[in-house]
Design a protein around this ligand. Structure first.
Ligand code: IFM
Length: 454
C-alpha cells in the first residue's frame, strides 16, 4: 500500500560548503573559522579537515548530473562566505563565479536551487566572531552581495543553518568552531545570529519581493524521563535553549520568559537593543526543520559530569537512552518524534504565522559496508528514511503544512568534529573520491520521481 505525497511536494537532498567543497585556499578563498579550528590539535577526529573534502569545487558539474539522475527536484547547498567576500569586504569574483556556475548547472538540469547563506563557515577575519554585534551587520553585506549576483536565478533563500550549533555548541560547549567554552558568549552569539537573520530577511525582501525566505533550525525535542518535577524541569530547560530560544523570537518577537529567567546570571548586559526583536520576527515564508532524533533527560548532579555543555540552562541534564535502535552517531531512531514536532511547530508557530514547513535535513549516519565493487546495501538507512517519510506524511494528515523533504546528505562528507568516519550520504564517496550511489539513493530516487513511499 504505502503512502503518496501530493504533487509538487519537494524531494531533494542537502549539503554544505565546508563539508563537501574542498579547495579551501583556492581562487582567493580566505580562511573560515572551520579552517582554523581544524588546525587545533585534537579538535577533529584523526586530525581531519575540509581542505579537500569531496572536491565538489572541481566536480560540481558531475555532482549536479548525479542529482538529476537521482530524480531530485531540489538541491539545498550553502555558500561559503570567505570564498565570495574578502576580509576587506570586497567581492572575490572567482568565488562568486563558482556559485553562479553551480546555479546555472542546476537550473539546466531541472533541479531547483535552494541557497543557504550560512552553514557555519564564518570568515576567520571577523573579530570576535558571532559575539560581536558588528558581525550581524557584516552578514547583511555578505547576503546582499550574494543576492546581487544570484538573485536573478535563485528564489529560495535560507539565512542560517542551525544557529543553535553555531552558538551554544560553538561558544559554550567548544565542540564546534571557534571552540569557546563561555556561556555568556554563546548567548551573545545566538542573539547576533538571530539579528543577522532578521536584518537579512528585511534586506532580501526589499530586493526580491517574490523570494521565498526563511531560516533552518535544528530541533531535538527534549522529553522528561519521568513525571518527577526534577525531570520535567530539566527537560523544560533543555528545550528552552535548544528549541524555544530560536522559535519564540522568530515567531513571537520575544525570548521565552522562562529561558530569560534560567539564564539571568549569564545573560550579557545590553545585549538586546531596541528594535532587535522586531527585526528578528520579520515574517518568513518557510521554516526549515532539521530533525534527527528526540532525547530523554533526567536530572543528575548539578554540574555537567563531562565538562562544558551546550545545555547552558541545564548542566544537570543527563540523557537516558531508551530501547531504540541507534545510528552510527549514537542517536536514537525515533520517527514519531518528527510527527509530534511538526504538529507542535504548526500549532504553536508556523500555522498562525502562515509559514510553510520543509524538512531541510533528515537522515542517518550508518556503519556502511561496501562490497568489492564499492556498492553499499544500506537497508538500515532506507528503513530510517522510509519511517521518517511516513512520520512526515502522518503530520500532514493531521494538518501540518509541510511542503518538502530534503535528505541529509547527498553524499558522504566531512562530519565536522567527527571527521569523515560518519557517513550520512545517499551516495558513497570512496577514498579516490568516486561517487557510488548506495541502495538508499536508488530507493530515494524512486520516491522523488513518484512521490510514493512503500
Ligand atoms: O552534518 C550535519 C549538518 O552539517 C548539519 N545538521 C546535522 C548534520 C549531521 O550531523
Amino acid at each position: 500500500m504505502g503512502i503518496d505525497f501530493p504533487r509538487g511536494f519537494g524531494f531533494g537532498s542537502a549539503t554544505s560548503a565546508y563539508q563537501i567543497e574542498g579547495a579551501a585556499a583556492e581562487d582567493g578563498k580566505e580562511d573560515s573559522i572551520w579552517d582554523v579550528f581544524c588546525r587545533v590539535p585534537g579538535a577533529i577526529v584523526n586530525g581531519e579537515d575540509g581542505t579537500l573534502a569531496c572536491d565538489h569545487y572541481h566536480r560540481h558539474a558531475a555532482d549536479v548530473r548525479l542529482l538529476a539522475d537521482l530524480g531530485m527536484n531540489t538541491y539545498r547547498f550553502s555558500v561559503s562566505w570567505p570564498r565570495v567576500l574578502r576580509g576587506d569586504g570586497s567581492v572575490n569574483p572567482a568565488g562568486m563565479d563558482f556559485y553562479s556556475r553551480l546555479v546555472d548547472e542546476l537550473l539546466t538540469a531541472g533541479v531547483t536551487p535552494w541557497l543557504t547563506l550560512y552553514h557555519w563557515d564564518l570568515p576567520a577575519s571577523l573579530p570576535g566572531g558571532w559575539t560581536n554585534r558588528d558581525t550581524a551587520a557584516r552578514f547583511v553585506d555578505y547576503a546582499t552581495a550574494v543576492h546581487d549576483r544570484l538573485g536573478d536565478r535563485v528564489d529560495t533563500w535560507t539565512t542560517l543553518n542551525e544557529p543553535w550549533c553555531s552558538s551554544f555548541l560553538s561558544y559554550a560547549a567548544g565542540v564546534h568552531a571557534p571552540g569557546w567554552t563561555d556561556p555568556a558568549a554563546s548567548i551573545a552569539a545566538a542573539h547576533h545570529l538571530l539579528l543577522a537573520h532578521g536584518w537579512t530577511v528585511q534586506a532580501l525582501r526589499a530586493a526580491q519581493r517574490s523570494a521565498s525566505l526563511g531560516i533552518t533550525l535544528n530541533f531535538t525535542p527534549a522529553l522528561p524521563a519521568s513525571d518527577s518535577p526534577a525531570d520535567v524541569d530539566v527537560a523544560r530547560r533543555v528545550d528552552g535553549t535548544a528549541n524555544r530560544f530560536f522559535t519564540d523570537p522568530i515567531f513571537t518577537g520575544a525570548y521565552p520568559a522562562d529561558v530569560r529567567e534560567d539564564l539571568a546570571a549569564v545573560w550579557p548586559e545590553d545585549l538586546v537593543h531596541d528594535g532587535d526583536l522586531a527585526a528578528i520576527s520579520t515574517p518568513i515564508d518557510v521554516l526549515g526543520v532539521n530533525y534527527y532524533t528526540t532525547n530523554v533527560f533526567t536530572a543528575g548532579p548539578d554540574a555537567a559530569p563531562s565538562g562544558p555543555t551546550p545545555h547552558i540552562a541545564a548542566p544537570d541534564a543527563v540523557q537516558v537512552l531508551r530501547d531504540l535502535p541507534l545510528t552510527d552517531m549514537g542517536w536514537e531512531v525515533e520517527p514519531d518524534g518528527l510527527r509530534r514536532l511538526l504538529g507542535w511547530l504548526h500549532t504553536t508557530y508556523t500555522g498562525p504565522a502562515g509559514t510553510a514547513l520543509v524538512i531541510t535535513e533528515n537522515g542517518a549516519a550508518m556503519p556502511d559496508e561496501a562490497d568489492a565493487d564499492g556498492h553499499v546495501d544500506d537497508a538500515d538507512r532506507i528503513d530510517y528514511l522510509r519511517r521518517h517519510l511516513h512520520a512526515v506524511h502522518a503530520a500532514m494528515a493531521e494538518g501540518a503544512d509541510v511542503r518538502g523533504y530534503l535528505a541529509w546528505s547527498l553524499m558522504d562528507n566531512f562530519e565536522w568534529s567527527f571527521g569523515y568516519g560518519k557517513r550520512f550520504g545517499l551516495v558513497r564517496v570512496d577514498s579516490s573520491l568516486q561517487r557510488i550511489p548506495k541502495a538508499s539513493a536508488r530507493w530515494f530516487a524512486h520516491v522523488a520521481r513518484t512521490g510514493h513511499v512503500d
